[in-house]
Ligand binder design. Sequence first.
Ligand code: MTE
Ligand code: CO
Length: 429
Amino acid sequence: MTSKVDDSAQGSRRAFLRGAAVAGATAALANKAVAQAAAPAKPDPLITDIQDWNRTLGPGVDAAPYGKPSPFEKHVVRRNVPWLTADAISSINFTPLHELDGVITPNGVCFERHHSGVAEIDPAKHRLMINGLVDKPLIFTMEDLKRMPGRINRPYFLECAANGGMEWRGAQLNGCQFTHGMIHNVWYTGIPLKTLLDEAGVKTNGKWIMPEGADSAAMTRSIPIEKAMKDCIVAWGMNGEALRAEQGYPLRIVVPGWEGNMWVKWLRRIEVGDQPWHHREETSKYTDLLADGRSRRFTWIMDAKSVVTNPSPQAPLRHKGPNVLTGLAWSGRGSIRRVDVSVDGGRNWQTARIDGPVSPLSLTRFYVDFDWDGRELLIQSRAMDDTGYVQPTKDELRKLRGTNSIYHNNGIQTWLVRGNGETENVEIS
Ligand code: MTE
Ligand code: CO
């Protein structure tokens, strides 16, 4: 399970390259018809001999009432960066993006971010209260919510505002799991928040809401009423089953396209007010400290971003010849319209093939089929969304925001693929 690359994520590695220094990396990707990837048939005992699993009975259906991945997939796990959080309770781990495909994140590997650990809540004892500037304060049980007309299902990404935060000052962590893995993409089942607010009757001076968590952090954030009414969901389901405890069982708020911190888990109360509350998570945290000492506040929307997940430091190129490059793109402002990929550090770009659903505020999967001749590559991807916004380079971002911030780093990522296929996190300056 532990590869060389996993170990290196625990230290700090930096590599800076001049764009011109990588010899011969100027060729565009050869996107021609893919040559034979399989070896010509010749005698192979794994095909000619009968194997153990071919002659003995396996376990029956009683072995796993709730299924688990094959034991051969043990490496597909969330990982953390030991120096990042001081303890296991105020903690964070990362989605293994390089091991996944398609656009949906399986429930068991959705990254987790807890400010005071996972609350264990009996759904029979859980309540959601709506109070504050409403005509009729309400308290819902889980059963009340689940039988309510108007239930919906939607796929959305959740990205922590701190995703990539460790990379603001330079390339540091070796693996897209660590540089980009504070994101997951899930189908949520729940009731539009608007339905609940309408039932309570928001007073005309009700301009903000404050969701509150039932964990001991009692997480709270201020959300403008327009967003609450537009597309927020009070959700109890993820990918067709109940929320995982780690993701806020039995109830969380879904705030599509906006920073993960606002998606309060273990949701117990929503207060309606006439102004923001200015709590910890929107003052000392989740504000972007600029070079001149001022801070950007209320930077809720996650701008367009992308990353090549394969090849990447944890998933090096293993073969010359036909290969598939793949990655993910997303935007908190709408849908992904196009993704371009470069293999020469951003000099030449080619438009990637998007496959699968392109859904607003949801992950989008892209591919480039290419032949690798063993040359060094400087791989980048650049997302564009349907507002016309184009993902910036890290230097462009730093020019605007300096290097103090840890939030909202959506700069273009560069992977250096060496001649032997090993891949590293680098920056071009
Ligand atoms: N809600 C509560 N109640 N407590 C928390 O610690 N963490 C927030 C948010 N909601 C948090 C919370 C942060 S910072 C993020 S990024 C997301 O939950 C993470 O959601 P996840 O654990 O499902 O990935
Ligand atoms: Co977060």
